[in-house]
Design a protein around this ligand. Structure first.
Ligand code: SF4
Ligand code: SF4
Length: 78
């Protein structure tokens, strides 16, 4: 029987959709930043142009609430 993909950090990281977000700028692309809900605040993003975290599978998998993790830091569980 096929099993669903494991909830590993690597799989979760690959699910991150920050690179498609309007708040995600070139500076973050250059430094390969992503996965802010686990890794904490961005070193170069500072402005809110929208957040698409709630369209990402990670908050659902990990019961995270909120968004803008790039600005506010690591996610807290509900
Ligand atoms: S919740 Fe946001 S920061 Fe976390 S993996 Fe998804 S898109 Fe990236
Ligand atoms: S954490 Fe949210 S606002 Fe920040 S880049 Fe990712 S999707 Fe966009």
């Amino acid at each position: 029987m096929l099993r669903p993909p494991k909830d590993t950090i690597g799989n979760l990281r690959n699910s991150c959709i920050c690179s498609k977000c309007p708040s995600f700028l070139e500076c973050a692309r250059h430094t390969k930043e992503t996965f802010y809900c686990f890794e904490g605040k961005s070193n170069c993003l500072h402005d809110r142009y929208g957040c698409i975290c709630m369209q990402c599978p990670v908050p659902k998998a990990k019961s995270f609430s909120g968004g803008y993790f790039c600005l506010s830091g690591k996610a807290k569980t509900k």
